[in-house]
Design a binder for this molecule. Structure first.
Ligand code: EPZ
Length: 414
């Protein structure tokens, strides 16, 4: 499936943001911590979430969806995750901590690396071992056995997934756990908040040090998935690319402060409690020096968006330093160059000089990169074909339709 985009239409109107993929996935994983019913509201209907639901169902959880609400209950019938489902998405790794916490064992086939990097899990596994869990990895399958015991563990890097897995492992552990240098992304904090609502004892929510007192059991809860900050940034970027005035609603502006600040010094913006309005008439010269880093700094998932914005900026130079993933610059630099972009990549640094973009045939390499190519297509003169948008559907619900509703000339072709 491809997107066919004819650039040049200005965008106008309002667009609502769905729940965040990277919040729904850890919350679904955490449902394993109890048999009681977990109700997730604002749970996005996107491929990765549906695959995570299928994975939970294949292991015995009862899961049903009614619109944006997902109801999960019951226990696991097996702790062996089926390879076919577990390798469909990297988010499957997020059943690790909760399954070990509750069932003291798991066999988890890993999806391995992906387009943006090798994505190892050493921080997750060293943390479980620090809790006394036996971890054996062979043939890309992780075997864990043992009852987690409270410990002190400093993460060598503030990994989002490792934080989520180790918090889930610690909430039912025997004794107290201190986790330091943990991630503080809004999606991680939402998981911590849901666990506390389920009866977990966690001090330090949102901070880089967590004090977790193991409890015997957790109960059910009804919880809202937070708005997707990356989808919010995508819609704002679309307004910049096409020009016009767009209000993004049902979002959480404070979760993308760095990105909004970057735009507000270049465009007319208005920030409300749960909405952002951006009006774009001209392109800025450049976007300065962007360095990706763990929250609250510039998010790596917004890097491909700003690469596109810089590609069609007004002749100035932007430098992007991608510090999280070892291979997250080159693919889009190559594809944008087919549209006339002036981008040079040297290891984890990209230098972009703004220029006029022309429609071309480009191919998505990963979810966020694909969104970046769509943004470039909205700005380019002529027709852009973004090929293999299945990557995009992993994290966006009806992106083409949403943009069309704002006035974009974008069609889906099979
Ligand atoms: C989460 O991935 C997100 N995915 C990613 O979004 C996001 O890019 C990333 O966090 C960083 O913000 C979900 O939440 C489902 P990390 P995660 O562990 O947890 C290295 C998207 O498009 N690392 O914080 O896998 C790793 O290789 C996706 O929605 C280790 O070396 O990210 C990477 O270089 C893409 N050992 C860096 O840390 C480990 O044990 C960041 O990884 C774990 C991670």
């Amino acid at each position: 499936m491809d997107y066919i985009i004819n650039g040049g239409n200005r965008l106008n109107g309002e667009i609502a943001v769905c729940g965040a993929k990277n919040c729904a996935l850890p919350l679904l994983g955490a449902s394993i911590l109890t048999d009681e019913e977990i109700i997730l509201r604002n749970c996005p209907q996107i491929v990765d979430v549906e695959n995570m639901i299928a994975l939970l169902q294949s292991m015995g959880k009862k899961v049903k969806r009614q619109g944006d609400s997902v109801y999960i209950s019951g226990g696991l019938a097996t702790t062996n995750a089926p390879k076919t489902l577990a390798t469909l998405l990297r988010g499957s790794a997020l059943i690790l901590g909760s399954t070990v916490a509750r069932y003291h064992q798991i066999e988890l086939p890993l999806p391995g690396g992906c387009a943006i990097g090798s994505r190892p899990m050493d921080i997750h596994l060293l943390g479980l071992e620090a809790m006394g869990v036996t971890v054996v990895s062979c043939d890309e399958v992780i075997h864990c056995n043992g009852v987690p015991v409270g410990t002190e563990y400093n993460m060598r890097f503030a990994s989002v997934g490792a934080t989520e897995n180790l918090v889930c492992a610690a909430v039912l552990a025997k004794g107290d756990t201190v986790l330091t240098n943990v991630a503080t992304e809004p999606e991680v904090v939402a998981l911590e908040e849901m666990l506390v609502c389920m009866g977990a004892q966690i001090d330090g929510l949102g901070k880089t040090e967590l004090y977790i007192k193991g409890v015997n059991s957790l109960h059910g809860v009804e919880f809202d998935v937070i708005p997707d900050r990356i989808v919010t940034a995508t819609y704002l970027s679309a307004a910049v690319a096409a020009g016009g005035k767009v209000t993004v609603t049902d979002c959480c502006p404070s979760h993308l402060g760095v990105f909004v600040n970057m735009l507000s010094t270049r465009f007319k913006t208005k920030v409300y409690d749960n909405a952002i309005t951006l009006q774009a008439d001209n392109q800025p010269s450049d976007y300065g020096k962007i360095i990706t880093a763990p929250y609250p700094f510039f998010p790596t998932d917004m890097q491909s968006l700003v690469m596109s914005l810089a590609a069609f900026s007004d002749r100035g130079t932007t430098v992007i330093n991608e510090r999280l993933f070892e291979n997250r610059l080159q693919h889009n630099a190559n594809e944008l160059s087919k549209m006339g972009a002036k981008i040079s990549v040297d290891k984890n640094k990209a230098k972009i000089t703004g220029s006029k973009l022309y429609g071309a045939k480009v191919k998505t390499g990963d979810l966020r990169g694909g969104a970046g190519l769509v943004i470039a297509g909205l700005n380019a003169s002529g027709t852009t074909v973004v090929q293999d948008v299945s990557h995009i559907n992993r994290g966006y619900f009806n992106l083409a339709e949403s943009l069309r509703n704002l006035g974009a000339d974008i069609k889906v072709s099979n």
